[in-house]
Unconditional design. Structure first.
Length: 609
C-alpha cells in the first residue's frame, strides 16, 4: 500500500482504508465518494472540502496542551488565544471556528479596519479582540467604539505615533479606553521561510529605547493601567523550538523589568503566531522538529522560571497561532484532466524495414529485459539514447529514428522500474526524473496554492483512490493556466509517484492537504480563475452531510469584479453576433443563448467522465 507520508503529516485526521483516503472521524467516509457525490450535483471543476470537526480538534488541542502544562507546573497565570483573521476570513470557515472556540473564550485578531469590523460583529462576549498592524486615527476610534460595545479589545502599538493617536482619541472620546498592548522588537528571530518577520529589523514593533519612551508617555497621560500586554512575533511557521525559547527569555525579562518600572496594568505576554505545521511527506526531511506539547511546556516553564527569578507575577500567556488552527481543516481536490506522456507507447513506434543499429539494439533491450538484467539494460538504454541524439544533431538519423529512440528508452525505463521495484536502487529516482509523466490538473496553482508559487512551500499531495496499487510514474503536476510557473515539478528529495490511468474509463483525483491557512485569501485571479467550489462537510455516525456548497464564481461575475459592466458585455456580444456574416439571422438567437450559458459557467475545464 502506498501511504504518501500520511503518517507524517496526517495527524490522524485521515487514514487509508482499502484503496481510498478516508476521513478519520465517526463513519470514516472516503474523500473519493464525497467528491463524486458533489460532482454529480453539477460541480465539475476543483473542489475545496472543509471539515469543521478538524477546526474544533485543533482548538481543543491548543487549549488542552496549555491547560495540562499549567496544571503540572502550578502556573498561576491564565491562558488565552485569538485567531488571526488574515489566515482565513471566509465566513464558511469562521462560523465553525467561533462555535468551536466558544467554550474557551477563543477570540479574534484583526489587522485592518475590515477585519476589525468582522471581529466586532462576531466575537463572543468576553472573548478577546487583539488589533495588530499599522493603524490610523480612524481605526483607533473604531477600537474605542468596540470597547464601548463591551468588547475585551487590545490595541497593539506598532510605533510611538500610534500611542500618541490613542492618547489624542482618549482625550476626545473618554472612557472606556481599550487595553493597550506594545509590540517589541526582539533580537531573537524565528526559523524557516517567514523568519524575517522577527528580529530587530522586523517591520513591526518598538525598540528598547522606544519602549522606554512609550512608558513615559503612558505615565504622563495617566494610562499606565491600560498598558496590559507585551507582544512579540518571531515568524510564522517556526520550525525549531530553540528560537522560541530564546525569544521567551528575552521577552520575559523585559516584562519583569516593566513591572518593576511601574507598569501596574501589565499582565500578559503575547507570543504572536508561529506554531508550526508539518507539511513534509518525507520522514527524512521534517519541517517541524517539536510537538504542541513541547511548545506549551517550554513556554510555560520558561516564563515561570523568569517570573520566579525576578520576583514578579507570572504573566498570562496569549498566542495568535492561526496556521496551526486552520491549515488541516481544508483539502483541495482536483481531477486529472490529461496525461501528457502517453505518446510513449508501443503503438507509437514507427520502426522501419531497416533501422540504425542502436535503435535495433534498443528494441532488443526492450524485448529481452528481465529482473536479473534490468539494471544493466537500464544503463545501456540511456547510453544509447544519448548517442542517438548526438547522431540526430549531426544529421545521421532522421526524425522518425529520433522518435523511435525516445519511445523505446521510455518503455525500457518503465519496465525496469517495475522489475526493480523491490530492490533499493538509489539511481532509480534520478532516472525517473528524466521520464516524468506530466499530469494536467484542472485547477490553478496561483489561485489555490499561492504559497507554492510565491515561496516554494510544498503541500502534501496524494491520489484519493487506487492506493492498493503501486504507483510507478514519476509525476510533475501542471495546472491549466497559460503560465509556465503553474507547475509543481518532480522533486527527487520528495518524489511524487502517481498511477498510469485511462481517463476515459475512470476518475483520478488528487488531494492537496493542509491548504486551509492563507491559501484562499492569498489566491490570485491569474487568467481569471477564481475560488473553487467550496463544500462544508459534516461527518456523522451514519455517513456525511454536505452542509454548505458555495459554487465557484460564474464568468460574468468575474468580469464584473474587474469593473466590466455586465450589460455592456452582453450588448457588445449581441452586436458582434448580429454583425457576423457567418451567422445566419435565424441562428443568432440560438448562438447568443449559448454564449449566455457560458457566461454563467465557471472558468474551469469541463471533464466528461
Amino acid at each position: 500500500m502506498q501511504r504518501y507520508g500520511i503518517d507524517i503529516w496526517g495527524e490522524n485526521n485521515f487514514l487509508i482504508e482499502g484503496d481510498k483516503v478516508c476521513v478519520n472521524h465517526l463513519s470514516r467516509p472516503a474523500l473519493f465518494d464525497i467528491v463524486r457525490d458533489i460532482r454529480e450535483q453539477g460541480s465539475k471543476g476543483p473542489l475545496l472540502l472543509r471539515f469543521p470537526h478538524l477546526i474544533e480538534k485543533q482548538i481543543d488541542a491548543v487549549f488542552g496542551a496549555f491547560g495540562k502544562s499549567f496544571a503540572e507546573l502550578g502556573y498561576r497565570g491564565n491562558f488565552r488565544a485569538v485567531f488571526p483573521l488574515k489566515v482565513n476570513q471566509y465566513p464558511d470557515f469562521l462560523m465553525p471556528l467561533i462555535a468551536a472556540g466558544r467554550k474557551y473564550g477563543y477570540g479574534l485578531e484583526a489587522g485592518s479596519k475590515a477585519e476589525l469590523l468582522i471581529a466586532m460583529s462576531y466575537t463572543e462576549p468576553g472573548a478577546p479582540i487583539t488589533v495588530n498592524g499599522f493603524k490610523d486615527k480612524e481605526m483607533i476610534e473604531l477600537g474605542f467604539l468596540s470597547a464601548r460595545m463591551g468588547h475585551a479589545i487590545t490595541l497593539t502599538i506598532e510605533g510611538i505615533n500610534e500611542l500618541e493617536s490613542i492618547i489624542e482619541v482618549a482625550s476626545e472620546m473618554g472612557a472606556p479606553v481599550p487595553a493597550i498592548g506594545i509590540r517589541i522588537k526582539l533580537h531573537s528571530t524565528g526559523s524557516g521561510i517567514w523568519s524575517k518577520s522577527g528580529g530587530i529589523n522586523s517591520k513591526f514593533g518598538l525598540t528598547s529605547t522606544e519602549l522606554l519612551e512609550a512608558m513615559e508617555l503612558l505615565r504622563a497621560h495617566d494610562l499606565l493601567d491600560r498598558f496590559t500586554m507585551l507582544h512579540f512575533h518571531i515568524g510564522s511557521q517556526m520550525t525549531q523550538i530553540a528560537n522560541l525559547k530564546k525569544a521567551l527569555r528575552e521577552a520575559g525579562n523585559i516584562y519583569a523589568d516593566l513591572l518593576k518600572m511601574g507598569a501596574v496594568g501589565l499582565q500578559s505576554i503575547n507570543l504572536g503566531g508561529g506554531l508550526g505545521v508539518e507539511y513534509t511527506q518525507n520522514e527524512a526531511y521534517p519541517e517541524v522538529t517539536y510537538s504542541l506539547r513541547e511548545y506549551a511546556n517550554d513556554t510555560t516553564f520558561t516564563l515561570s522560571e523568569i517570573a520566579r527569578a525576578k520576583g514578579v507575577k507570572e504573566p498570562d500567556i496569549v498566542i495568535e497561532s492561526g496556521r496551526f488552527i486552520a491549515a488541516s481543516h481544508a483539502v483541495l481536490v482536483a481531477p486529472v484532466f490529461e496525461l501528457f506522456s502517453e505518446e510513449y507507447s508501443i503503438k507509437a513506434l514507427r520502426l522501419k524495414a531497416e533501422n540504425p543499429p542502436l535503435i535495433e539494439e534498443l528494441h532488443e533491450l526492450y524485448t529481452h529485459i528481465r529482473p536479473e538484467n534490468a539494471l544493466e539494460y537500464l544503463h545501456d538504454c540511456i547510453d544509447h539514447l544519448n548517442s542517438l541524439l548526438t547522431l540526430f544533431d549531426l544529421g545521421y538519423i532522421d526524425l522518425i529514428d529520433r522518435s523511435n529512440s525516445e519511445i523505446l528508452t521510455h518503455l525500457i525505463i518503465k519496465k525496469a522500474i517495475v522489475l526493480l521495484k523491490d530492490k533499493p536502487v538509489r539511481e532509480l529516482t534520478q532516472i525517473q526524473d528524466k521520464i516524468q509523466e506530466k499530469y494536467l490538473i484542472n485547477f490553478s496553482i496561483f489561485q489555490s496554492l499561492p504559497d507554492f508559487w510565491g515561496l516554494a512551500q510544498r503541500f502534501p499531495v496524494m491520489p484519493l483512490s487506487r492506493l492498493d496499487t503501486r504507483p510507478t510514474r514519476s509525476a510533475s503536476i501542471w495546472d491549466i493556466t497559460c503560465d509556465s510557473d503553474g507547475e509543481i515539478d518532480f522533486d527527487s528529495k520528495n518524489p511524487l509517484f502517481l498511477h498510469s490511468v485511462d481517463l476515459d474509463e475512470e476518475d483520478y483525483f488528487l488531494g492537496f492537504f493542509k491548504v486551509g491557512a492563507y491559501q484562499e485569501v492569498l489566491g490570485m485571479k491569474h487568467n481569471l480563475f477564481t475560488r473553487p467550489t467550496v463544500a462544508t462537510i459534516a461527518v456523522t455516525k451514519e455517513g456525511y452531510r454536505i452542509e454548505e456548497l458555495v459554487r465557484s464564481d460564474a464568468l460574468i461575475d468575474i468580469l464584473e469584479d474587474l469593473n466590466y459592466n455586465p450589460l455592456t458585455i452582453r450588448n457588445r456580444l449581441m452586436e458582434n453576433i448580429r454583425n457576423s456574416e457567418h451567422i445566419p439571422p435565424e441562428e443568432r438567437g440560438e448562438v447568443y443563448q449559448k454564449v449566455e450559458t457560458f457566461l454563467h459557467e465557471n472558468g474551469y475545464l469541463k471533464t466528461f467522465n
